[in-house]
Write a protein that binds this ligand. Structure first.
Ligand SMILES: [Zn+2]
Length: 437
């Protein structure tokens, strides 16, 4: 349709639609920032010791409960706001000529080179996303973390992190997106299978290379230095039957006061990484427990299982994305030149995003199951339920964990079992192994 044939009323209607979407987007940026400071509702605050889990009453103070709730309550709302914001950006791109305009601009910048134009379009899309999510990211990641005394970062350091993250996204998204667009053009209607293979391969490569290529861009990671702790870790790993020279410490304290540890990598890059914050706050018994938990992930191949499940999810999502793209190109009204038009990328992203949201409860249920398994391994390997509980209590305090999370939130968002559940499990295991008089 040419511009001349568009009637003024139709154009006004379009303008109103764009304005409405912009307003929606603007309010979505502001509301989540204001919402966390809204006083908690009576239902939320109604936690007298009578309805607190016994583990919470035994190991925590009312201040621990209140602080954890204040911090995490806002985080839940920020998750909802951030999700709505991303959804609004994608709807803005899909429902208005914005995506087509970006594609036209990219083609104008590289008229004779379609591959370069596609790369420019994807770069513009990434930049747009980064800019529009920056205010909320700054509030959640910098302002709020400082307000709760968790961040140790300067504003400049935070912005540098964010810039590095954006650059990495760009470096990954441009070649991957360009290849995807190439498949669209070359195999119309049959691109899902090769795209699936490509994404799966990219995912495996990313997991394998992240510990040696991406993580060092953000932190200094070196082999665990403390000789006593090293000795204990070697003994522990020996009992579990895994290689021992792969436990590292990381200078997390340059960013946060939170304690943590993680298991990452594949093959030769497989490793356990401990935050230095964990090493300074926890005693050797507690650190050993955390290492034993990560060993649990290692011996039970949780990374490979996670990759397998993700690849399955990506396959389903790509298939659905292709169906929707075909439908949109046939139906018209999405400003697409055809099913192979790269301007349709936000539509595919929208489908992937909605499906990933729908799949979140299942994904997190699987993750919580893995975490329970790792917890069980840590208790079996160390036989030290008391240290398990101490380390849980320390981590919950330093990380401002929600000690009474609403079940619906656990179902939707929790990658780990809530703290009281983990403590209960350790108490039960101590009851089972304690010698009977
Ligand atoms: Zn874990």
């Amino acid at each position: 349709m040419s511009q001349a044939s568009v009637s003024p009323s139709y154009r006004q209607m379009k303008a109103r639609r764009v304005l409405a979407l912009l307003l929606l987007f603007g309010s979505l940026t502001v509301i989540p920032m204001v919402a966390p400071s809204i006083p908690t509702s009576p239902a939320w605050a109604a936690a007298s010791p009578a309805n607190l889990p016994p583990e919470v009453v035994t190991y925590f103070t009312p201040e621990d409960v209140a602080r954890g709730r204040a911090y995490t309550g806002g985080r839940y709302r920020l998750f909802a706001g951030g999700t709505a914001l991303r959804l609004a950006i994608l709807l803005l791109l899909v429902g208005t000529p914005a995506s087509a305009a970006l594609r036209t601009l990219a083609v104008r910048l590289a008229p004779a080179r379609p591959a370069v134009a596609v790369a420019i379009y994807i770069g513009l899309l990434v930049a747009l996303f980064e800019l529009l999510t920056l205010p909320l990211g700054y509030y959640a990641g910098f302002v709020r973390e400082h307000a709760f005394g968790l961040s140790t970062q300067t504003r400049a350091a935070w912005l540098l992190d964010r810039a590095k993250g954006a650059l990495i996204t760009l470096v990954l998204a441009v070649p991957l997106g360009s290849l995807l667009a190439l498949l669209w053009r070359r195999y119309p209607g049959r691109w899902v299978l090769p795209a699936w293979g490509l994404s799966g391969l990219a995912m495996i490569l990313l997991v394998a290379l992240a510990p040696i290529v991406i993580d060092p861009l953000f932190n200094t990671i070196r082999p665990l230095a403390d000789p006593d702790l090293r000795q204990r870790v070697i003994a522990l790993a020996g009992r579990a039957g895994i290689p021992v020279d792969q436990v590292y410490e990381m200078d997390a304290s340059r960013r946060t006061r939170k304690g943590n540890a993680y298991f990452t990598g594949l093959g030769h890059t497989k490793r356990i990484v401990l935050y230095d914050t964990l090493l300074t706050t926890g005693g050797p018994d507690e650190v050993e427990l955390v290492v034993a938990h990560e060993i649990g992930h290692w011996t039970r191949s949780h990374i490979w299982k996670g990759i397998g499940l993700s690849i399955l999810g990506i396959g389903i999502a790509l298939w659905c994305g292709a169906r929707v793209l075909d439908w949109a190109a046939r139906r018209g009204g999405f400003h697409l030149a055809g099913p192979a038009d790269v301007a349709g990328l936000p539509l595919v992203l929208l489908v992937l995003f909605v499906l990933s949201l729908l799949g979140l409860p299942l994904q997190n249920a699987i993750s919580r199951r893995f975490e329970r398994e790792a917890d069980r391994t840590s208790l079996e390997l160390t036989g030290n339920a008391a240290a398990f509980i101490r380390s849980e209590v320390q981590l919950a305090r330093s990380n401002l964990a929600d000690l009474t999370p609403p079940p619906l939130v656990v179902w939707l968002l929790y990658t780990h079992p809530p703290v009281p559940e983990r403590i209960r499990m350790a108490e039960q295991s101590a009851g089972e192994t304690r010698p009977r008089p």
